[in-house]
Design a protein around this ligand. Structure first.
Ligand code: MF3
Ligand code: CO
Ligand code: CO
Length: 267
């Protein structure tokens, strides 16, 4: 299980792929609001990815039927877009985009609030965002893989939230999913040493209740066992000598709260 160390040319290509995924996520964010279906998000992702000269890595991956994962409310991850699933005020929805350009992949996601959401949904979303960034902050050459999960778990525990263990981050580069597996529940000082030039994702899934996962009959959709809301944020990260570089950094902060009214009907 050799972990790929990327050189300067590969890193430059990872930056491009990361910026494509981040750009498409920002594009979706600018259009998200009540009344939009998750099937519509899939169309936007297809169109925008093509406009950027890239391909959606998720389409057809192990038979996944769409270009993006759209995970609403109690859906932890791998939600399948559906034109019949229309976003309502009070929903939260994670949009997870992976793009492939010039042989490299970038992977990023965010959880958006549609209008005003419940205190529980807001809490789990805010905590998840903080967990992602706490995990990112410990990344540097010489740190341990377990430091990332430990930083995430510490915040989740303090905030009475659960951390999903069944899914984790992953190495990324010439393939969407590569070693290592990046657990979001680590032990500080344990696990593989991070080395300059490694690229992987950090993508914690945070729950209000116990983080037990149920997979629906479609074979993909992972939901909380108790129907409580759950959130996820994801970045693709490069390990550097002194810290990290976000391959999927946004140029401007994403608008995480989207309009709670549908767009006005056009004549
Ligand atoms: N982008 C997802 C991740 O963060 C990949 C989902 S695999 C799919 O790893 F097949 F469901 F798309
Ligand atoms: Co992803
Ligand atoms: Co990922």
């Amino acid at each position: 299980m050799a972990i790929v160390i990327h050189g300067p040319d590969e890193i430059a290509k990872m930056r491009v792929a990361g910026q494509v995924a981040a750009g498409t996520l920002a594009y979706v964010a600018s259009k998200l609001r009540a009344g939009v279906s998750t099937g519509q998000i899939d169309e936007w992702v297809r169109e925008d990815t093509a406009r950027r000269g890239a391909e959606p890595s998720q389409l057809g991956y192990k038979g996944f039927p769409a270009s993006v994962c759209t995970s609403r409310n109690e859906v932890i991850c791998h939600g399948i877009p559906n034109p019949k699933h229309v976003l309502q005020p009070g929903d939260i929805v994670n949009v997870d985009i992976t793009s492939n350009i010039d042989g490299f992949h970038g992977d990023t996601s965010a959880t958006f609030q549609i209008g005003e959401v419940s205190d529980a949904a807001k809490h789990v979303t805010d905590v998840c965002w903080r967990c992602l960034h706490a995990g990112i902050e410990v990344v540097r050459h010489g740190a341990r893989l377990g430091d990332i999960g430990a930083a995430i778990l510490e915040i989740a525990n303090k905030e009475d939230c659960g951390v999903v263990e069944e899914f984790g981050g992953h190495g990324i580069g010439r393939k969407m999913h590569m070693p290592p597996h990046v657990s979001h529940v680590g032990n500080a000082g344990r696990g593989m040493r991070l080395r300059e030039g490694m690229t992987f994702t950090i993508e914690p899934m945070i729950t209000i209740g116990h983080p037990r996962v149920v997979i629906l009959d479609d074979g993909w959709t992972a939901v909380t066992h108790d129907g409580t809301p759950t959130a996820q944020f994801e970045h693709t990260v490069l390990v550097t000598k002194t810290g990290y570089e976000l391959m999927t950094k946004q140029v401007e902060p994403l608008p995480l709260v989207c309009p709670g009214e549908p767009a006005a009907a056009t004549a």
